[in-house]
Write a protein that binds this ligand. Structure first.
Ligand code: 2NL
Length: 359
């Protein structure tokens, strides 16, 4: 207690303390509430406050000085309270203004650029295929990825013992019924076309792009998830010539004005006859190169005249109507067009791959 100053010295000290606090606060724009509360604790605090200490010493002051000493300390206390009160109000306002300014938007700042996404190469190719067929009058149709055995196999004339029906090739899903009602992940998009046949009378011209599933081990050319586009045309008087003309028109619009198609007989359960479709190599114009393995031709799809039993399963009279269908793998065509060496790049979603410009 003995180190306490006289009320007069205390007043000088307070003014000095205040001046120092103010000058320290200058680079923050002035006194803030925290400075005021620090001063309050230092000078008026109940435990360590200097003025509080002076008041406590009143009892030790000789009788004849008590009145003068007490008066001085009290007036010092009121002066400090008044100063801190006024400065406190100012500090509160200053703090509120600073918070407001911190929230304000600086319209002169450059905009934060959002990274721009791109279309996936499979999307680019699918849309180009769709565009080519839309020009020929086709409409895009959609359907479920979980299908029944009926729509995926039975109605499409796949025999009971066809290898595609084997659990080795197909993902079966729990919860379906027995036989035709068994549930599975579609192995091609043909079921979409079966469903269209059921509800729509010819003429039918549809395209069914989509994700399909086979139980394959993953390697540079295989994936359990891949993509397909199938197409279907049904009307009175549709012949194999329409099939050939349509696929040739597609090849010219999708690959090159000079592209030619070559058909070779093959077997698919849902068509008769069936053909493998090759396009003249767009890279070497049939001279033979690395991409077409020197043959000048690239196999891009399968096709054929819709089997009468498939028309019948779709509720369409095969005596009156005929049709053709085709199917191609989007992934393979995408890899071919862009020189993508590994199918897995299409599914891993590595931004260094996706950020390339695909068009
Ligand atoms: C291929 C072969 C093909 C079909 C798909 C089809 C669909 C119906 C009826 C008849 Cl609803 N056929 N689709 C026909 C022949 C071949 O695809 O290699 N796809 C990647």
């Amino acid at each position: 207690m003995s180190e306490l100053p006289s009320p007069e010295d205390a007043r000088e000290q307070f003014l000095k303390d205040l001046a120092e606090t103010e000058s320290a606060a200058q680079n923050r724009g002035g006194l803030l509430p925290v400075d005021i509360s620090n001063l309050q604790v230092r000078w008026l605090g109940k435990k360590q406050g200097i003025v509080t200490g002076l008041l406590a010493r009143l009892k030790d002051v000789p009788k004849e000085e008590k009145a003068r000493f007490g008066g001085s300390v009290n007036s010092l206390k009121r002066e400090i309270e008044a100063r801190l009160e006024a400065l406190g109000t100012e500090a509160e306002r200053r703090a509120a203004r600073q918070a407001e300014e911190a929230r304000a938007v600086d319209v002169t700042l450059p905009a934060r650029l959002r990274p721009v996404g791109r279309l996936h190469p499979l999307t680019v190719v699918r849309r180009r295929i769709e565009a080519a067929f839309k020009n020929l009058g086709y409409e895009v149709a959609d359907g479920p990825e979980i299908e029944t055995d009926w729509y995926n196999f039975e109605s499409l004339n796949f025999p009971q013992n066809h290898p595609a029906r084997d659990a080795v090739d197909t993902f079966f899903v729990k919860g379906g019924g027995p036989g035709k009602d068994r549930l599975l992940l579609r192995t091609h998009t043909s079921p979409v076309q079966m469903r269209v046949m059921e509800r729509k009378r010819p003429p039918i011209r549809i395209l069914s792009p989509g994700r399909v599933f086979r139980k394959d081990d993953i390697d540079p050319r295989h994936s359990p998830v891949f993509h397909q586009v199938e197409g279907l045309t049904i009307d009175e008087g549709i012949t194999f010539a329409h099939l050939r003309g349509t696929l040739a028109a597609f090849a010219r619009s999708f690959f090159s004005e000079r592209a030619e198609v070559r058909l070779a007989p093959t077997f698919f359960p849902f068509v008769e006859p069936g053909v493998d479709v090759a396009v003249s190599c767009v890279f070497c114009e049939r001279k033979g190169c690395r991409i077409c393995s020197g043959s000048g031709w690239i196999e891009i799809m399968g096709a054929g005249m819709v089997h009468p039993r498939v028309l019948e399963a779709g509720g369409i009279d095969p005596e009156r109507f005929t049709g053709f269908a085709f199917g191609m793998g989007i992934d393979r065509i995408t890899m071919l067009l862009y020189g993508i060496p590994d199918l897995r790049l299409l599914f891993e979603n590595d931004v260094r791959f996706l950020d390339r410009v695909w068009n």
